[in-house]
Write a protein that binds this ligand. Structure first.
Ligand code: ADP
Length: 356
């Protein structure tokens, strides 16, 4: 009975939200001003709309306001629970056999990792998703049998690294995207660890995050310059008719989107920035092409989009969190991120909404 209720609730949400708006959604999340910003006298340049929870305005340097509209806008005070409540219908559709991709996009320091990974006290979308998948698969266990497994990888300078393998004492195994006999994109050799409960998931995630920082002299810096991907593979079997499904859910913490600074105009940093720009714009191009329903989708322009090819487009579901800072000091980057997100969603931004 619980299964039937959940299933009809999912169908309702699907019809109301996803079908009407297409399979691509953009949520904006603004972090709170931090103490350093308050101490430095930075003010918030972001204004929220009390009666529309999907709109915001940015005060420009010339004091004009620019208006943006997304599928949802989360304010600085919105909790991880609130964010997950909106995300849940999308992530759980992986149990119905859909491929799903969730991205966190934005300048470094805007809360991408906070949204996806979270902290032990304030867990993010990744952990909450697995928790929900276990709960939801359990409630359907009389009709369906599910097997969940997890992979974790990083894309740095267009190279793929397995985060569930401890590479600290060995040269990292080279991973590549290959086309399988069935025509799907696979990463042969990537570890896929089966998980049975949330404790195991938490241990695996911790392991992956720690491997991510090993081998880097400035761990935090490198992590903001690589894409971190968590892949959940769901194998389902219908116990009544024996039908089998296999679907992927990708949870992606993207590299920082900030533009190349003056100090980065040469050497390793420049190379990193060029790779980041290339892969983020390739991702933007793919989502924009999907949103505008053009026939050619340029998946092959980066490792990231090539690897995610089977989970982007068709009836796959895509959600992008555009993360922003409220601070006046970050205004330029905030506008860039919001413009990028508007473009991928095919939504025009415009002048400030008239106050009535
Ligand atoms: P990014 O991954 O984009 O570089 P982080 O997730 O590391 O950014 O966030 C930067 C800092 O801001 C962290 O200390 C994080 O805990 C804090 N932070 C980000 N978003 C929020 C939020 N919504 N509420 C409270 N703190 C946040």
């Amino acid at each position: 009975r619980q299964y039937l209720e959940e299933s009809s609730e999912r169908k309702r949400l699907y019809n109301e939200n996803i079908e009407l708006k297409g399979n691509i959604r953009v949520f904006c999340r603004c972090r709170p001003l931090n103490q350093a910003e308050v101490g430095n006298g930075c003010a918030s340049v972001v204004e929220f709309d009390a009666s529309h929870d999907n709109e915001l305005q940015i005060l420009s340097t010339d004091s004009s306001k620019k208006h943006f509209k997304f599928d949802h806008v989360f304010k600085p005070e919105d909790s991880q629970e609130t964010v997950f409540a909106q995300t849940k219908p999308i992530v759980t559709s992986v149990l119905d056999g859909y491929n799903v991709c969730i991205f966190a996009y934005g300048q470094t320091g805007t809360g991408k990792t906070f949204t996806m990974e979270g902290t032990p006290e304030n867990r993010g979308v990744n952990y909450r998703t697995l928790e929900e998948l276990f709960r939801s698969s359990e409630s359907r266990s009389r009709l369906m049998k599910f097997e969940l497994s997890v992979s974790m990888l990083e894309v740095y300078n267009e190279k793929i690294r397995d985060l569930l393998v401890d590479n600290s004492n060995h040269p990292p195994k080279k991973l590549e995207v290959k086309q399988s006999a069935e025509g799907t994109q696979e990463v042969p050799g990537l570890v896929e660890a089966q998980v049975f409960n949330t404790d195991e998931v938490w241990d695996l995630l911790k392991r992956g995050y720690s491997v991510r920082s090993v081998g880097s002299t400035a761990a935090n810096e490198q992590s903001s310059r690589s894409h971190c991907l968590l892949r959940v593979t769901v194998k389902g079997e219908n116990l009544i008719n024996g039908q089998k499904t296999r679907s992927h859910l990708w949870l992606v913490d993207l590299a920082g989107s900030e533009r190349v600074g003056k100090v980065e105009t040469e050497g390793e940093r420049l190379k990193e920035s060029q790779f980041i720009n290339k892969s983020l714009s390739a991702l933007g191009d793919v989502i924009a092409a999907l949103a505008s329903k053009t026939s050619h989708i340029p998946y092959r322009n980066s490792k990231l989009t090539h690897m995610l090819q089977n989970s982007l487009g068709g009836d796959c579901k895509t959600l992008m969190f555009v993360q922003i800072s409220p601070s006046s000091a970050d205004q330029g980057e905030t506008l860039c991120s919001l413009n990028f997100a508007s473009r991928v969603r095919g939504i025009e931004s415009g002048p400030a909404r008239k106050q009535t």
